[in-house]
Design a protein around this ligand. Structure first.
Ligand code: ZN
Length: 267
């Protein structure tokens, strides 16, 4: 499952030699994909690195079929709401803004001038990615776009039969069953249905989406942890087949984004 051939590896910066990056640049390649995720609890059944693994696999699968290099993932995200459970590592937003700026700035020094940031940590990542991307564009004169799987799968999620966006729910669990089945413990998956939220909804698929989001508190999480180990939603409904449909759709959309950007179109 995880063994990949030489062809598969050609897009991963950390597995290439500097001359190969030089060749990529000399042949006109100037686009890099940067996966960003988190290391945070994902219930009883999914690994802590789920968000980063999803972002990395999407980036790799799209880059292999386009003209792009994938950087190593930025593994850590801002996860204060998950710190109540062990293993979660949370980095302050101002640090993440600066790290991302430094990664893109380094690549810009080698002639890369188009960047796609693949966000595996959903809405929690978006504000600081936007701030960093704006600063990169303004100060370095390059193009940056953000690719967010939750938004990019809006049109197919209902058709696949996914319920609402939660955390470690059937969407993430199905995706992981497809890309990393050996790391999923389905027998441990526990559902938790959150009480209906009257004021705020964070799910790009629903017209009730209010977008504005403040992470839940440690107290909120402790209550969920007691019932589902920190998952929220219905992971028990996950299947590898749903994950395959989701993954293939997302890779196709990411290929489209990379291809358009390479043609000079950014919108
Ligand atoms: Zn996640």
């Amino acid at each position: 499952m995880n063994s990949r051939n030489e062809q598969d590896l050609k897009a991963c910066l950390q597995e290439m030699r500097w001359q190969e990056i030089q060749q990529f640049r000399d042949s006109g390649g100037d686009l890099a994909v940067i996966p960003v995720g988190s290391v945070e609890q994902h219930g009883f059944h999914l690994p802590l690195g789920t968000d980063s693994m999803v972002a990395l696999r999407l980036a790799e699968d799209a880059a292999q079929r386009t003209e792009a290099i994938v950087t190593p993932p930025l593994w850590f995200g801002w996860s204060p709401h998950h710190l109540a459970l062990p293993g979660t590592i949370s980095i302050r937003p101002q640090i993440l803004i600066e790290i991302l700026f430094d990664i893109l700035s380094s690549l810009t020094a080698h002639g890369f001038d188009k960047f796609v940031i693949v966000n595996g940590h959903r809405i929690v990542n978006i504000p600081w990615i936007q701030i960093s991307a704006e600063k990169v564009q303004r100060e370095l004169g390059v193009k940056v776009v953000i690719y967010d799987p939750a938004y990019m799968s809006k049109e197919i999620s209902d058709g696949i039969g996914f319920g609402e966006v939660g955390h470690a729910e059937e969407i993430e669990t199905s995706h992981m069953l497809h890309i990393m089945p050996h790391l999923v413990r389905m027998e441990k998956a526990k559902d938790y249905i959150s009480p209906e939220k009257k004021l705020y909804h964070v799910d790009p698929r629903t017209p009730k989406d209010t977008l504005c989001y403040v992470p839940s508190t440690a107290k909120d999480l402790e209550q969920i942890a007691g019932e589902s180990g920190g998952a929220s939603g219905r992971p028990s409904l996950a299947t590898a087949e749903k994950g395959k449909q989701l993954h293939e759709h997302l890779v196709a959309r990411l290929i489209e984004v990379i291809t358009e950007l390479n043609k000079g179109n950014s919108k």
